[in-house]
Design a protein around this ligand. Structure first.
Ligand code: TK8
Length: 339
């Protein structure tokens, strides 16, 4: 190699080195956060995850990036929970009901008719009782950041309108994978079958099950109206979602990064509740327009169902702990006493 050529090669090497050095200093690879959820992108859940992602990117100046993965593409709730615990996935949002197998206190939220309205739900979930339950996740490798609204659940099926308790008899009903739900609907006379949400649409379509129960929003966004004729308004339970993080991964974040995620969970929670309530308020007319036949249970029949369902309360109290159960009842009494 002649001198000129040697100089050229050396110069090239220096330029390459300098370029890659500059790249390293300026563009530190953003943290990529896989955030899984079960519903469609076009749903209250999907919209709120998008708000969360925007918030995190903005607050971190692009250093934290959310890769939102909906429609249970990372698996049903229970599978994602295990991925978070193992550290193979960073974040998710899903039902508290599917967490009961991991943290038994979560069964508190499955209590039929626990909350009379959304205001009570917000007050208890965002207050000390909600935090206490959420913090129990930490022993199991999960960090809970916020409760979002799934909503009051209502019944759909393809057999008949449920106008009285006896109409539940023999209806093959999909329930979440959770003993409280299983026992509740067995008590009502249904043939309750636990199934992950991701399998629900096709189970309804193929008539593997006759019915299911979910908030109006989900009946709309998951297009259950295509495969279900009857919607019976029962509001039998208020169901929360909870935003969770892998503790394994969370513990490796800086305090500043943790704060960005925690703050964004609250901003998106407020957005999500408002969005969900607005959508729910007009969902019934939307579902009617899609061809569903909608009926409200007469008060006397709703009371009969309520009566039956109180039989699950004792076992919920035992499994969540008597202190937590009593504190919750006391808090609800306090909320109801004040105007
Ligand atoms: C979505 C579920 C869903 C829940 C259910 O992953 O399973 O019926 O209501 O929202 O968490």
């Amino acid at each position: 190699m002649n001198t000129l050529r040697r100089t050229f090669v050396a110069a090239m090497a220096i330029t390459t080195l300098a370029a890659s050095g500059a790249l390293m200093a300026q563009d530190i690879k953003p943290r990529l956060i896989r955030f899984g959820y079960g519903l469609n992108e076009q749903s209250n859940q999907g919209r709120a995850v998008k708000v969360f992602a925007e918030q995190v990117e903005k607050a971190s100046g692009g250093k934290m990036k959310i890769r939102a993965i909906g429609a249970a593409a990372l698996g049903p709730d229970t599978q994602m929970q295990q991925a978070l615990i193992g550290g193979a996935q960073e974040m998710m949002v899903g039902s508290t009901a599917t967490l009961v197998g991991i943290t038994k206190e979560m069964a508190l939220w499955d209590t039929p008719f626990l909350f009379n309205n959304a205001k009570e739900a917000d007050a208890v979930l965002d207050g000390p009782i909600g935090s206490k339950v959420m913090d129990k996740l930490q022993d199991k490798g999960l960090v809970g950041l916020a409760y979002w609204e799934n909503g009051f659940r209502n019944l759909t099926n393809s057999k008949r309108p449920v106008n009285k308790l006896e109409d539940m008899n023999g209806i093959k009903l999909r329930v979440m994978q959770n003993n409280v739900y299983l026992d509740s609907f067995k008590l009502l006379g249904a043939n309750a079958v636990p199934l992950p949400f991701s399998e629900l649409f096709s189970a309804l379509e193929t008539a593997t099950v006759d019915g299911q129960e979910n908030p109006y929003n989900t009946i709309l966004s998951s297009k259950f109206y295509e495969v279900q004729k009857y919607l019976s308004i029962t509001n039998h339970v208020y169901s929360p979602w909870v935003v969770t993080v892998s503790k394994k991964w969370w513990d490796g974040l800086s305090k500043a990064e943790q704060k960005i995620l925690a703050d964004a969970a609250l901003v998106s929670r407020d957005f999500e509740r408002k969005d969900t309530r607005e959508e729910a308020a007009k969902a019934l007319s939307d579902l009617k327009a899609k061809g569903m036949q909608i009926n409200e249970l007469p008060a006397s029949e709703a009371a009969r169902m309520r009566d039956k369902l109180t039989h699950v309360n004792a076992s919920i109290a035992t499994s969540v702990g008597m202190d937590l159960w009593r504190d919750t009842q006391a808090e609800l009494a306090r909320l109801r006493a004040k105007k």
